[in-house]
Design a protein around this ligand. Structure first.
Ligand code: SF4
Length: 250
C-alpha cells in the first residue's frame, strides 16, 4: 500500500474549514429563495418585500445555529417518524405542506411533526431564549408559523386542534426543555397571509421602488439577508434599525 502524499496539517485544516463553511452555507434551508411559513409572520414589511421582489441577498453569514437546528430536525424525524402513541395515533415527521397562496404562487413549507391533531415544531434555543420563551411564550412570528402549518394540514383534510412548540436547550440537558401550546386558530394564518399578499401586490405594482416605502421593524436585522450598514439604496439593501452592531464576518 502506498502512503498518501504528506500534506502540511495547516493545509488540511484549511481545506476542512472550507468544506465546513460550504456545508453550512449550502444546506437547503440556507439556499431557500421562496417565502415560507417561517417568514410569513416576520414583523418587518420591507424584509418580506425584498424576498417577494427577488432582491439578491447582500448580507452573507455562516448560519451555524440554523445548521445545528437542521441536523437535530433530521435526527428527530429519523427517530420519531411512523412511531405511534399508546392510543395508536401515528407520528408524521417532516411533512411537506401547501399552506396558501401569495401573489398567485403557492406557499409551501415542511412541518416538523403532526400527531393526533397537534402540529408540533422543534426549536433549538440558547439559554437566554429558553428563559424568555418559558416566561413569555413564543413571539408572533413563531405562532404564525405554527398556525400556518395547521392550515396546511387542514387543507390536506387532516384534523388540527392544537399547535405546540418544544423549545429544546442547545447548551443544557433535555430536562430543561419547555413545551408551549395553544388551540389552533386558522384566522391567525389567514390574517398573516393577507398581510403578505398586500405587500406582494405593492411589489408587483411598483417593483423594487416600493421597498423604501415599506414599514420596517427590528427583526434580527444583523442576520437579515438584506442588511447592509449605511445603505442608502433601499431598493437593494437596508441599513436596519438604529443601534445595530456590525454583522458577524463569514
Ligand atoms: S435590516 Fe432590519 S429593518 Fe431592514 S429589512 Fe432587514 S429586518 Fe427589516
Amino acid at each position: 500500500m502506498t502512503s498518501p502524499p504528506a500534506v502540511a496539517v495547516a493545509e488540511v485544516i484549511g481545506h476542512l474549514d472550507a468544506a465546513l463553511k460550504h456545508a453550512v452555507t449550502h444546506q437547503p434551508r440556507s439556499l431557500q429563495r421562496e417565502l415560507g411559513p417561517s417568514e410569513i409572520g416576520c414583523p418587518c414589511d420591507r424584509r418580506l418585500g425584498y424576498r417577494l421582489a427577488g432582491v439578491d441577498p447582500v448580507n452573507p453569514h455562516l448560519p451555524w445555529l440554523a445548521y445545528l437546528g437542521t441536523a437535530l430536525h433530521g435526527r428527530l424525524a429519523a427517530d420519531l417518524d411512523g412511531r405511534t402513541l399508546p392510543d395508536g395515533a401515528r407520528l408524521l415527521a417532516e411533512q411537506p405542506l401547501d399552506v396558501g397562496e401569495v401573489g398567485g404562487r403557492t406557499v409551501t413549507g415542511t412541518s416538523d411533526l403532526y400527531v393526533a391533531g397537534v402540529v408540533v415544531d422543534w426549536k433549538l434555543v440558547g439559554t437566554t431564549s429558553l428563559r424568555r420563551y418559558r416566561a413569555h411564550g413564543p413571539g408572533h412570528q413563531y405562532r404564525v408559523q405554527l398556525h400556518t402549518y395547521g392550515r396546511g394540514y387542514r387543507r390536506r383534510g387532516l384534523p388540527v386542534t392544537h399547535v405546540a412548540i418544544a423549545f429544546l436547550p442547545r447548551t443544557r440537558e433535555l430536562v430543561h426543555r419547555h413545551w408551549w401550546h395553544e388551540p389552533y386558530d386558522e384566522r391567525i394564518a389567514v390574517e398573516a397571509l393577507r398581510r403578505v399578499e398586500a405587500i406582494a401586490a405593492a411589489v408587483a405594482a411598483a417593483g423594487p421602488h416600493v421597498l423604501p416605502l415599506l414599514r420596517t421593524a427590528e427583526a434580527h436585522c444583523l442576520y437579515c439577508p438584506w442588511f447592509r450598514p449605511g445603505s442608502t439604496d433601499l431598493t437593494r439593501a437596508c441599513p436596519g434599525t438604529a443601534g445595530l452592531l456590525t454583522p458577524v464576518p463569514i
